[in-house]
Design a protein around this ligand. Structure first.
Ligand SMILES: [Zn+2]
Length: 398
């Protein structure tokens, strides 16, 4: 029996679903031109790879800049490029966005593979999305976020460092912050994690309306679960209503986003400070108690009990994590401040209670702590904690 001649690979490929044909082409181009990422533009979905001509002129940095934009939708006539009767096939599906203009697929496939063009370490042959910039696969097989950049543990910073000043002003102990969250100061953010965005910090004084979102110049809180930091959050450093400029170390007027969760963070699968709190449970404690907060700085009020959800929503997985070790929860979510706050408080409380946890609100206790304990953070936290533990003892028995 003979198989009909299908006309070789090209004809076979036409039988494949369009997604697979696109994927195959991306893999081919990446094998020849190095790592790429896709982006959705108004003109269609693009694959962005290093322009071979730019690579010759400008060197390795082109591997990151990736000036060659290959319009996949246009080439495969999908999306807005669906062929119309009588329409001629579209031209200019591949363009160097820097200076080399249009390229053709034949031309691009004709290049020697990048590893043989003087870039022997560039061996990425699989198609990868933009994720490659922000995440990696950890030893447990989880896709987790890369660190935001060069991070200095807060207890190693000089006393006169702006970040040390900030912590001192808030009565936060750098050593405790380190044990709880591996709290660090990001002295140099990874450029590929940065992007312009409203609510960032002005790029420079001249750049009035330019705002950049960066981890640089911010406090970083890491959430370590089973050996890897599976999430991190940044917090802007402030002083008397001014914010630390990420690139100049000056205090500036701005309206930055105060907290940002790192790209690729597994937010729903973690609690920031979890491992530290679990390790702090005393062996004889029959019914350990933990304090759940929205952000790490609130959790820092409870150096051995506090852990942060990192946001205004608690997933089922987060509630189950708590249920693994705890039966009683003090909820330090500020329900009174605003509408989203009240909504978050309701959601988190319901999620915890649905898992059989006994929940009490802490925010009254927090006022108690603030009014009565100004001798230092720990004393205040301990006072508040004692107060809340008393609430538990008075209202329920274990
Ligand atoms: Zn070019």
């Amino acid at each position: 029996m003979t198989t009909p001649n299908t006309g070789g690979f090209a004809a076979l490929a036409l039988d494949l679903p369009i997604e697979e044909r696109i994927q195959n082409l991306c893999e081919k181009l990446i094998a020849i031109h190095g790592p790429g990422h896709t982006s959705q533009e108004s003109g269609g979905k693009h694959l962005n790879i290093a322009c071979p001509k730019c690579l010759e002129i400008y060197g390795r940095k082109e591997l990151r800049s990736r000036h060659l934009a290959f319009n996949l939708d246009k080439y495969f006539r999908v999306g807005k490029w669906k062929p119309r009767l009588g329409a001629r096939p579209p031209k200019g599906y591949a363009q160097c966005m820097k200076e080399h203009g249009a390229a053709s697929l034949e031309e691009l496939l004709g290049y020697t593979p990048i590893s043989e063009r003087g870039f022997p370490d560039v061996t990425l042959s699989r198609f990868v999305d933009r994720q490659e910039d922000t995440t990696y696969v950890d030893p447990l097989g989880r896709l987790v976020p890369k660190v935001p950049g060069n991070c200095i543990p807060v207890h190693r910073l000089p006393d006169d460092h702006p970040c040390s000043e900030y912590l001192r002003e808030r009565d936060l102990d750098p050593m405790l912050l380190w044990s709880q969250f591996h709290a660090s100061f990001c002295s140099e953010g990874r450029r590929e994690l940065e992007h312009d965005q409203p609510g960032g910090i002005p790029l420079n004084e001249q750049h009035g309306r330019g705002w950049r979102n960066t981890a640089q110049g911010r406090l970083i809180f890491f959430s370590r679960m089973q050996g890897s930091d599976i999430a991190w959050q940044t917090r802007v450093v402030e002083k008397d209503g001014l914010y630390l400029h990420p690139y100049s170390s000056a205090w500036v007027e701005a309206e930055p986003i105060r907290y940002q969760t790192g790209k690729g963070s597994l937010r729903n699968r973690q609690l920031c400070g979890f491992e530290h709190v679990v390790n702090s449970i005393s062996p004889g404690d029959p019914s350990p108690l933990c304090v759940i907060t929205e952000g790490p700085l609130d959790a820092a009020m409870f150096p051995t009990r506090g852990m942060a959800v990192l946001g205004k929503f608690m997933s089922e997985e987060q509630a189950l994590l708590i249920r693994l070790y705890f039966r009683r929860v003090l909820l330090a979510f500020d329900a009174g401040s605003d509408k989203p706050g009240a909504k978050a408080h309701t959601q988190v409380k319901a999620q915890l209670e649905s898992k059989g946890l006994v929940v009490r609100d802490f925010w009254e206790g927090s006022e108690y702590a603030r009014d009565r304990g100004h001798d230092g953070k720990i004393d205040a936290a301990q006072l508040g904690y004692n107060w809340c533990a008393a609430q538990f003892n008075n209202t329920c028995h274990f």
